[in-house]
Design a protein around this ligand. Structure first.
Ligand SMILES: Nc1nc2c(c(=O)[nH]1)N[C@H]1C(S)=C(S)[C@@H](COP(=O)(O)O)O[C@H]1N2
Ligand SMILES: [Mo]
Length: 325
């Protein structure tokens, strides 16, 4: 654990002023990403804290049935924003968790496009405005459990991935969904290393991808995603280990067979395809029974499916929980 974990809430400075997306659009700035680079440093306990500023999300909604559907965790403290944006895994920039914020600060997302293709009636390339038009962003407060046994509670925003997939009309032959991160070593400098096989790729079975909890994520704490958390759009599947939540997505393909996934390729004995959070199945090198909630002192018991069993367990009936799928 880095010193950063020990920063208490008392020491976290309130958020600074933020840009207003609407005002910028009026000013003729087309891509919100152009202003996502305003950031400043503070030093706390010798650790550099980067306060990345991103525009406020326009039209954020908070549906009344969110808690009942498991879309909002109501009884656990939110992880402070400064922790969420300064303790990251994003190997395209650096493998050092508290260095991602600084290393990604100049990442620009202007003109971003996501191609949704493959086994579909209406494949289409979406720009960010197309995405905003599909659905207003909805607040989703999810637990996040990394396979490394740390966790957070994060107020994301976005809409169910199923709404995007519906737009392209998947064919019956589409059994899986494959995701791909941008490949651009000039903009993602650690892609010049062989830390992982690039581009980062992930995948879901089609029924997992259609589950309403699977979130196409465009926001964090009511603002657009900062680069370090996967701007401008990433996946969040809260019942799975964090590595399934692929960042900075440029391609989504509907496919017939199980697609390769980055961490499974890197260490197949350690990281499965399904990667459902499971306290009874240990990582070969550490226990998964408990976790360190960032900002807390003691450890918590890890919950099966990260506490989302009621919503998702039926997707996996018949699967042996002790196998590293
Ligand atoms: N493209 C890409 N996506 C990625 C990663 C990465 O290195 N590259 N790291 C994964 C891991 S291991 C985790 S735990 C989460 C971390 O998300 P966060 O930094 O927003 O908390 O992103 C996942 N998505
Ligand atoms: Mo992770």
């Amino acid at each position: 654990m880095s010193t950063h974990d020990k920063i208490s809430e008392r020491e976290i400075t309130p958020r600074e002023t933020y840009f207003n997306r609407r005002a910028l659009m009026r000013g003729g700035v087309v891509a919100a990403g152009a202003v996502a680079t305003g950031w400043l440093y503070r030093r706390l306990n010798g650790v550099e804290i980067v306060s990345t500023e991103t525009p406020e999300l326009v039209g954020l909604t908070k549906p009344a049935d969110a808690a009942a559907r498991g879309f909002v965790i109501a009884n656990e403290d939110l992880t402070p924003r400064d922790s969420i944006i300064n303790y990251n895994n994003f190997y395209e920039f650096t493998t050092s968790k508290d260095g991602v914020a600084r290393a990604s600060a100049d990442f620009k997302t202007a003109g971003w496009k996501i191609s949704v293709e493959g086994l579909a009636n209406k494949p289409k390339v979406f720009d960010l405005d197309d995405l905003w038009r599909i659905s207003p962003p909805e607040e989703r407060i999810y637990r996040m459990r990394c396979v490394e046994a740390w966790s957070m509670v994060i107020p994301w925003a976005g809409f169910s991935l199923s709404k995007l997939l519906a737009k392209v009309e998947p064919l019956g032959s589409a059994k899986y969904v494959a995701f791909e991160t941008l490949l651009d070593p000039e903009r993602m400098p650690n892609q010049k290393s062989d830390a992982l096989k690039w581009p980062y790729v992930e995948g879901l079975r089609i029924d997992e991808a259609m589950h309403p909890l699977a979130l196409l994520t465009t926001g964090l704490y009511g603002h657009e995603l900062p680069p370090q958390d996967g701007a401008p759009v990433r996946l969040i599947t809260p019942w799975k280990y964090g590595f399934k939540g692929i960042k900075s997505i440029v391609k989504i393909s509907l496919v017939a067979t199980r697609p390769p996934t980055t961490w499974n390729h890197s260490a197949p004995d350690e990281y499965g395809f399904f990667a459902n959070v499971n306290p009874t199945h240990d990582h070969p090198r550490w226990s998964q029974a408990t976790e360190q909630r960032i900002g807390e002192s003691g450890r918590r018991k890890t919950l099966l499916f990260n506490g989302y069993a009621e919503q998702v367990a039926s997707l996996y009936s018949g699967m042996d929980l002790h196998v590293n799928y």
